[in-house]
Design a protein around this ligand. Sequence first.
Ligand code: SF4
Ligand code: SF4
Length: 334
Amino acid sequence: MKKTVSFSRNSVNVFFHILTRCNLQCRHCYINPDQHGDATVSVETAIAWLKRFHHPDKKSNLILLGGEPTLHPDLDRIVRAAREIGYASLTIDTNGYLFHDILDKVTPAEVDYFSFSLDGATDGTNDRIRGRGSFERCTAGIRAAVEKGFAASLIYTVSRENLHELTRMVPLLKQLGVSRFFIQVIGIRGRSARSGGDALQLTRAEWEAHVPPVAREVAAAGITVTYPKVFLEAGDRFECAGNVADNYFIFPNGRVYRCPLCEDFPLHSMTIDSAGALSPTGKINESDLFALMIPEGCVINKLVQAGNLAYTDDGSPAYRIACCLLKEEIPGAV
Ligand code: SF4
Ligand code: SF4
């Protein structure tokens, strides 16, 4: 049964980019070195920042990402430090190359999920987007992780380039032993904003014709599926996570965002220094925008990726766009 996962007031989600460097150059990569630099966070700084964002009274969830986080030579030390600090769940997002023998340096008790990114069910489609050889390396990485007893999830960023292969993911996920599937919508930031990514955005009709039906198929195969709500129905309430939830997107240059759609701009609402001291930024920052109510729903969506909007003949929006952090979830059938 599908359910909308509304924002939790009782948890803190920390998305920690420990570096921005990557071995791949995916066409839709959202990392923007002009905004986020090329630094790597040292273990000492990582620990100070992890302590700063851990909340003693709420469930604190940590997602370690990059760039490619396994390029960090001390990723295992950061994982252990996070567990000692008390993070309740820990996920490592990876392109699957799994550098520095990371599978041998951490354990399934320390890492809840290795979350792999694949953008096609075949090497032809995936490698066109993510680079030659990446399909083979990523699927080999998933197999190696599962064999060692880690739980593997998979993120598929859906766009006009790979929508046709979404349905072919169902048997592949089973074959690879993936236990959670995330369908993500292409974001128009980083490289995709600079290279005509808006032409790759799906219309509402395309989204509805493909994404929920495939999600149901995947769930029927026993794999839990999560995908963004994107298009609100007439009676749905619009809510901005920036106003109500504890989500922090932290970059190695100390920028801390509350909204991932703002990451292409110096709109971060806080900065953090190497000792872990957090300071609010001046106006105008993302928090000033969270308060704006517009008939199209999410205000930042309208500013940075309006290609998913449509209007009726009288000029009013045909529908509203949900917060990008609002998700639908279908548990895998047992
Ligand atoms: S999308 Fe991820 S794997 Fe691809 S280039 Fe960017 S950081 Fe690397
Ligand atoms: S995506 Fe839109 S609604 Fe969600 S946090 Fe950002 S500004 Fe708010």
